[in-house]
Design a protein around this ligand. Structure first.
Ligand SMILES: C[S@@+](CC[C@H](N)C(=O)[O-])C[C@H]1O[C@@H](n2cnc3c(N)ncnc32)[C@H](O)[C@@H]1O
Length: 200
């Protein structure tokens, strides 16, 4: 369907999902790490890896326009048990509008212990990271691992990536690692890695 055939209320808005994503990529490509949102195939594979007890939360970091968040909800995570963290205020506002009932935190995932409300800390069943950690220096990766460990002790996190091998130097970070999923139906093809503290 061409844009000319769309009704006014259907037409893509300047801030709608893919357009917002592209605009943010143009503004800060390293922070976005990708030019397009994750595909439905990748989002479903991420959602299928979620584990949580009924009272536990799922924590998604780097939610962007919310494609993974929607897959998590579709897979059965209750909105009131989903927490999403996004550093870009405009995207966080988009998420608030698009995901009623979900806890949307606008801030830096590296500052999780200060960002996440106290009653949610230690109650995370699965943490998911969409932040392009591979582009960061080891010291920043260490900070991220420590931040997740502080709020979700022993749980580790899922990380989706376009890298063929592990995007993180897991031994240097004191982690155990394994690749849990892969899909060619993403641009580019993507994997989902699970990292957890080596001692856990
Ligand atoms: C590759 S995009 C993933 C977006 C979405 N989850 C998807 O799969 O399409 C990375 C997202 O992480 C966000 N981000 C980058 N650094 C962050 C940080 N330190 N804390 C929270 N979000 C961050 C970016 O703004 C962007 O929305």
């Amino acid at each position: 369907m061409s844009n000319a055939m769309l009704r006014a209320d259907e037409a893509p808005q300047a801030g709608s999902g893919p357009i917002l994503f592209l605009r943010r990529w143009l503004a800060n490509p390293l922070q976005m790490g990708s030019i397009v949102p994750s595909s439905p195939s990748l989002c479903r594979r991420i959602a299928a890896l979620v584990q949580r007890a009924p009272q536990e939360y799922v924590l998604e970091m780097g939610a962007g326009t919310g494609v993974v968040s929607r897959a998590l909800l579709a897979a059965g995570v209750p909105a009131e048990r989903l927490i999403v963290v996004e550093i870009v205020p405009e995207m966080a506002e988009h998420l608030r509008q698009a995901l009623p009932g979900v806890t949307v935190l606008c801030g830096d995932a590296f500052d999780l212990p200060n960002l996440l409300p106290a009653h949610m800390q230690g109650q995370i069943g699965t943490a998911i990271c969409g932040i392009p950690l591979v582009l960061l220096p080891l010291e920043m990766q260490q900070r991220f691992v420590a931040a997740v460990e502080a709020v979700a002790p022993g749980r580790g996190f899922l990380l989706y990536t376009y890298c063929v091998t592990s995007p993180l130097p897991w031994r240097k970070l004191g982690l155990a690692a394994d690749r849990r999923a892969w899909t060619p139906l993403n641009f580019p093809p993507a994997s989902v890695w699970k990292y957890r503290p080596a001692r856990a």
